[in-house]
Write a protein that binds this ligand. Structure first.
Ligand SMILES: [Zn+2]
Length: 347
């Protein structure tokens, strides 16, 4: 256990020594076992300097509750579940009460109140909450499905809020929806997506990372570079990076939904005149790209692709890909499985 830290001194009627004096509010890292998992969390407590060593600490009721909430949230973070604050954030983004959000999702009325205070949600409930997070279209679907749980007036009020949120997302949201729509059949981890679910944030930042280092990045070269980065990352870690699914096409690997991909609002793509073999969509880095979204292994895969293909023309990277087993052993239009993609030659 780590050493504790003094936060402040509080004058109070001390329950340990029965005197009014300044007790110390302290903070330390404690650990607790929750559902068979040991988790570390921040624990607040009071310390009395007058009491003997065996019993010189105590907690107020509010402190105990806050400590337990910290411990449960540490468990949630460890297990990849939404924290209580994130649940509150989702609910407030739709201006819903705890009861209304519970009703919207078809749950018991007290469910959300419990998740925001003391209970830890099951994975199935967590998944449903994530479905409506940043997705007002999904939220509208739930409203339709559970409409009988609301009065007509309430239903109208909630629908207005959801539509308002939908409008505020604007073009960015719609372009993401378009690409997600193309991946409806590829939601499960499989050999087709390299055991990785479609991750649009990752795609956007990977594209920008490549564009930052390759000044001649047009659509065809980008598509091949993404495939090589995914293939290499799969080869090295057993998982692809972006969740894109690639088909065998005449010009090499082409991701499912490539038109939607090029339309993503956060990509910096300009249509330019070009006399080459290449498409005229020129890809530039995006100003707002957050490269910290890339893990160390993802950066390494992208760097290797950049080092290898930086000066390749589109036609050259296409020819290079034509020699891969993944290309030779698949037919036109067929999905290129990652078990073959993982066999790429050394870059
Ligand atoms: Zn005391």
């Amino acid at each position: 256990m780590k050493r504790d830290v003094l936060l402040k001194k509080v004058l109070m009627d001390c329950p340990l020594c029965d005197r009014v004096h300044e007790v110390e509010e302290r903070l330390r890292t404690a650990s607790m076992v929750i559902k068979d998992e040991e988790v570390d969390y921040e624990e607040h407590f009071f310390f009395c300097g007058n009491a003997d060593e065996e019993e010189n600490e105590f907690e107020s009721g509010a402190m105990t509750n806050a400590n337990l909430l910290n411990a449960r949230n540490a468990y949630r973070r460890k297990m990849g579940l939404l924290t209580s604050d994130e649940i509150i954030e989702i609910r407030e983004s739709y201006s819903l009460s705890q009861v209304d959000l519970s009703r919207l999702l078809g749950w018991g009325e007290a469910t959300i109140a419990r998740y925001e205070s003391k209970a830890i949600q099951d994975e199935a409930y967590d998944t449903m909450l994530r479905l409506i997070k940043d997705n007002p279209l999904k939220a509208l679907e739930f409203l339709k499905k559970n409409s009988e749980k609301f009065s007509a007036g309430k239903r109208y009020e909630i629908r207005e809020k959801m539509i308002e949120k939908l409008d505020s997302y604007g073009k960015e949201f719609l372009t993401r929806q378009a690409l997600e729509g193309e991946y409806v059949g590829f939601e499960e981890p499989s050999d087709a997506n390299g055991y990785t679910a479609l991750n649009i944030d990752k795609i956007e930042v990977a594209v920008s990372y490549l564009a930052r280092a390759m000044s001649n990045l047009y659509k065809v070269k980008l598509m091949k570079s993404l495939w090589y980065a995914d293939a290499l990352h799969y080869k090295q870690t057993g998982r692809a990076m972006t969740g894109l699914v690639y088909r065998h096409e005449a010009m090499g690997a082409l991701p499912v939904g490539h038109y939607s991909l090029m339309n993503l609002e956060n990509l910096n793509v300009k249509e330019e005149m070009s006399f080459s073999y290449d498409s005229m969509l020129h890809v530039y880095p995006s100003e707002q790209a957050d490269y910290s979204l890339l893990s160390k292994t993802e950066r390494e895969a992208l760097d290797a692709v950049i080092d290898k293909f930086k000066d390749y023309k589109a036609s050259e990277i296409v020819e290079y890909m034509h020699e891969e087993r993944a290309y030779k052993e698949t037919e036109n239009g067929e999905i290129i499985p990652f078990r073959l993609a993982g066999e790429i030659r050394e870059l």
